[in-house]
Design a protein. Structure first.
Length: 251
């Protein structure tokens, strides 16, 4: 799937049920699930159906189906997902949001369903080797706002960091020479380079992220839903979750 232009994506988001503005009441057996519409292949809007899809959406559906619960999937910007959860506008997050110590102080994470680190994308004509973030400290680097990757860049001494709403915008600005590199979710960047428009950019070979972190379903602190999610994930990790990850070329 080709990443959509920002204007088109915003139009699609506007057509989805946003957690912040809907007046609909929860059904008695319904879980409201918040997700980012720009995290291909983990969560994104399918232009053909105007609905959220992706690996984390499929995993959430499988888990909730196992619990005998229905899901109502709601798009929100990545940076608004945790505020939507902590204020009760959604009951669960299913997106490319990794477990970190800071986030774990605010919300609860389920058992992991996947793990990965950051990836570095550079222009195709940049022949330099970047084995670590510190090797890129002199570059102008783009990263997604509200993510752990911004913190990792600052910790590595990268002074010129530009933040973006989504990784597609980072790849576009990199191709147009506005930044020198992009840093973000390695699987998402690879997916965009594989299926998106052909651009003069490449993944930096030999790059090693400072850490790999777990991807989980996320609920509010103390939510009674958490142990039920963990039990379902334990049963589904043998076959169904790996099959979903394989379908989205993540494992």
């Amino acid at each position: 799937m080709t990443p959509l232009p920002r204007r088109a994506m915003l139009g699609l988001i506007a057509g989805l049920p946003l957690a912040a503005c809907t007046q609909k009441q929860r059904g008695p057996n319904e879980i409201w699930v918040g997700s980012s519409p720009t995290g291909v292949p983990f969560s994104f809007v399918d232009p053909a159906t105007n609905e959220l899809t992706g690996a984390m959406i499929d995993i959430a559906r499988a888990v909730l189906r196992h619990l005998g619960t229905e899901g109502d999937y709601r798009a929100a910007p990545f940076s608004a997902l945790i505020p939507s959860l902590t204020t009760g506008r959604v009951d669960m997050i299913a997106a490319a949001m990794q477990r970190t110590p800071d986030r774990a102080k605010i919300v609860d994470f389920s058992a992991p369903v996947f793990s990965y680190g950051g990836g570095l994308v550079v222009r195709s004509d940049d022949g330099a080797a970047y084995p670590s973030l510190s090797a890129a400290r002199r570059l102008r680097v783009g990263a997604q706002v509200g993510t752990r990757f911004v913190d990792q860049l600052h910790a590595a001494g990268v002074a010129r960091v530009t933040t973006y709403d989504g990784l597609g915008e980072i790849v576009r600005d990199l191709a147009n020479g506005r930044i020198d590199a992009g840093y973000g979710d390695d699987p998402i960047l690879r997916y965009q380079l594989r299926v998106g428009p052909r651009r003069p950019v490449r993944m930096s070979a030999g790059f090693r992220p400072p850490v790999r972190e777990d991807l989980c379903l996320i609920v509010a602190k103390g939510s009674p839903l958490l142990p039920r999610l963990d039990d379902a994930i334990a049963l589904l990790k043998a076959a169904e979750i790996p099959a979903i990850l394989h379908h989205w070329e993540l494992g």
